[in-house]
Design a protein around this ligand. Sequence first.
Ligand SMILES: *Cc1c(COP(=O)(O)O)cnc(C)c1O
Length: 368
Amino acid sequence: MSKFIPVAEPVLDGNEKKYINKCIDTNWISSQGEFVEKFEKDFSDYCNVSYGVSTSNGTVALHLALEALDIGEGDEVIIPDLTFAATINTVIYTGATPVLVDIDEDSWTIDVDEIRKNINKNTKAIIPVHLYGQPCAMDEILRVAEENNIYIIEDCAEAHGAEFNGKKVGSFGDISCFSFYGNKIITTGEGGICLTDDKDLYKRMKKLRDHGMSPKKRYWHDEIGYNYRMTNMQAAIGVAQLEKIDDIMSKRKWISEFYDKELKDLSGVTLQKNLIDRNKVCWMYSVLINEESKVSRDEIIKILDESKIGNRPFFYPMHEMDIYKEYAENDRFEKSTKISQRGLNLPTSLNLTEEDLKRVIYAIKSEV
Ligand SMILES: *Cc1c(COP(=O)(O)O)cnc(C)c1O
């Protein structure tokens, strides 16, 4: 019987264990210690951004960014209909109103025309999500934000290292948020970070992350903060992962090129696009199953499950879920609906061998 192929898994074969042991040997297991600062510096350098504030996960990174920009009741925040629920939930935490808009057919990311249509005097921010490793149209999004004096918070949770016009995602927004959950491109187990070039925002986020405590007077709180800190042990894993990020990226590139070559001529499959102004990265390997396919996306999932091949359907569009319906009055969401129904993620574990990939490809090819 053939072995199970996971859709994603962390690979911890560098200095992860050594650095974690150092935390234990030195007693620095909580949120102070050398690795936290090193990770913040190394990751912000990697993205070419001045400051990094690490957090306990990617969801609270988004919440921290919104709070630092004073977004709350009465404000509107424009977000794409197709994303992971953390994007919309964090806007709701603040008391602001999320405004869902449709996505663009080529990039599967937020549609800039839809952003324009939904801006009004209450609009305070846009959260472009670089979905499945594909950068959003950052030039146009920057233009809209500037013309209307609204903030950009990039959700980069699925796109570490991706580039728009040669510039890394995470370097465009007023604040940019990443996740380092176990299945993300690099991981700290659970973890996240907010990046910014603005020193005041950096200081504000550090303070809010640490209970809102005054940096000048211990145990004096002049605003309501949170405990959103990353531990030194999480950061230790992150530092080790960052040491290998170029290898991780090239292995992912090898995996996605292998799939591309084998799947590109199938009429039942549409590949994720390589757009001229962008350098996407491979988080999961994402494709659409077309109407031309002999069997539907859901039937393919069943077959992959039976063949012990890990896989994931795309996220559901936010507007379809009852709890978010009230935020979906301004659009028809034709594209997010279609792409969500057809989208399928295939394995991109770094441990995949050529043989594993051939097994996945064979299973797809015999059905579509
Ligand atoms: C993973 C993810 C998050 C949240 O990150 P966690 O670290 O799991 O809290 C936010 N947005 C998107 C698009 C994600 O994929």
